[in-house]
Design a protein around this ligand. Structure first.
Ligand code: IMP
Length: 435
């Protein structure tokens, strides 16, 4: 374990749920530090081990490897109750994290009034289709300088005062709809929830800096994905953190010099949950088949995911934005048996011009019509294939066209949900890292 490996970021290239968890899990044995740097329990990483799937929301996926030290960076927002439940579930399954978990004292808490505000807004006319976990309000109160941080849990005497401002604002805004516990009850509850994790709260920036200087390997695990990035995604239909590369640095406090490689993760088709632009969405039986075969239902909320063909312009945008060195292409096997498979190579705008430009305004997205190139499907299954030479010819043509369309090499190809289903592409930076 822990043989030399590049310090690596694993980032989503579409609208989330690309299968980042599988890659983090596969690569974790090479890494000493596994770090989450943004997002909260809106994330859901499903890792399949020996046919059993484990869903992780806030705990880094390295939890399944006893030699990994787990770090939750300052850019994360945390729901303590959910975090504790996740630790308990891991423990029941034989994964102990005591002594190998550090949570940044600068990370912000998700509080009951954040959840109330999120759900209240989603009940109104302008819905984002959020996960309803209070993520947006937690980040917005952080920016408004009225957030509550993990460090505050170490000061029980002043905790109630820290909670008050957000509590009052939400109570005034929502009135009777707020249905919140009293401030005293909320404070008491939080202090109780904090008790078991107090020893795990500390200076994550210093920890990571020292680990880097000691030459320890670091794996950065992104949550959500580039098209959900607050600045560079399909705003306002995005999450409230920076899920692209910039968020890694603000969310850990590490210098960009600490990072060596970026592995982008995308599916061989596209999905999204929640509202917002999705030009390649398929509303017909093809979309239904992708959903059924790909089991495209949310890990966090169980919502059916919208499905469509691989969208090259959005994925190429994500590759450029994150400086992706290679792509982990997931779920190729879901396309097995389709008579034909498509790649969206560009969009035709309202005036009939073909473009690969990503619009900024929702009204511009709405006008786009996709330009799809179709490829012959394959009859031999790709499921479980572990070697490039074994791929059906048509599948190989498809995958190569896809890599060309995003001007990024494929580093890993996944052919099924289990750890063993897939392979590293020869000659890429991942070569030798999964042996
Ligand atoms: P929020 O992050 O709960 O505020 O939700 C904002 C948008 O991001 C919604 O469209 C969610 O469905 C989407 N979203 C948030 N987290 C994830 C994720 O982990 N996977 C996919 N979509 C997500």
């Amino acid at each position: 374990m822990n043989r030399p490996a590049p310090n690596l970021a694993i980032l989503g290239l579409q609208w989330g749920d690309e299968g980042k968890g599988k890659l983090v899990d596969l690569l974790s044995p090479r890494y000493r530090q596994v770090v989450r740097f943004q997002g909260g329990n809106n994330a859901g990483h499903t890792v399949v081990v020996d046919g059993q799937s484990i869903a992780l929301h806030q705990v880094p996926s390295g939890a399944l490897h006893p030699e990994c030290f787990l770090v939750v960076g300052s850019g994360v927002v945390l729901n303590l109750e959910v975090f504790q439940q996740e630790l308990d579930r891991l423990k029941q399954r034989g994964f102990e994290v005591t002594g190998r978990l550090l949570m940044s004292e600068k990370a912000h808490l998700i509080l009951p009034y954040h959840i109330a505000l999120d759900r209240w807004r989603e009940g109104g006319a302008s819905k984002i289709g959020t996960t309803g976990r209070g993520i947006g309000p937690a980040y917005e109160m952080k920016a408004a300088r009225m957030g509550v941080r993990l460090a505050d849990l170490k000061h029980p005497d002043t905790l109630r005062d820290k909670l008050r401002q957000g509590y009052d604002e939400v109570s005034i805004r929502l009135g009777q709809d707020a249905d919140l516990p009293t401030l005293d009850a909320m404070t008491e509850n939080l202090l109780q929830q904090a008790q078991p994790i107090l020893p795990c709260i500390g200076d994550a920036q210093d920890h990571l800096y020292k680990a880097w200087k000691r030459g320890e390997t670091i794996l950065f695990e992104g949550a959500q994905a580039t098209l959900l990035d607050l600045d560079h995604g399909t705003y306002p239909f995005v999450t409230s953190s920076n899920c692209s590369l910039g968020g890694l640095f603000t969310g850990t406090g590490l210098s960009p010099k600490a990072l060596d490689k970026v592995l982008g993760v995308g599916k061989a088709y596209t999905t999204r949950v929640g509202a917002g632009p999705f030009p390649s969405e398929l509303f017909d039986s093809v979309g239904d088949r992708l959903r059924e075969v790909g089991r495209e239902f949310g890990t966090t909320t169980g919502r059916p995911r919208r499905c469509g063909w691989f969208d090259a312009p959005i994925t190429a945008h994500a590759c450029r934005l994150n400086g992706v060195d290679g792509i982990g292409l997931m779920k190729l096997d879901v396309l097995d048996g389709f008579p034909e498979v498509g790649i969206v190579l560009g969009y035709r705008d309202g005036e009939g011009r073909v473009t690969t430009r990503i619009p900024t305004c929702i009204s511009d997205w709405d006008q786009l019509k996709v330009e799809v190139k179709y490829f012959k499907g394959w009859t031999e299954p790709t499921r479980g294939i572990k070697e490039l030479s074994k791929l059906p010819k048509e599948a190989r043509v498809y995958v190569e066209a896809l890599a060309e369309s995003i001007e990024t090499p494929i580093a890993y190809l996944s052919t099924g949900p289990d750890r063993v289903e897939g392979f590293v592409y020869p000659g890429t930076f991942l070569e030798g890292m999964l042996d």
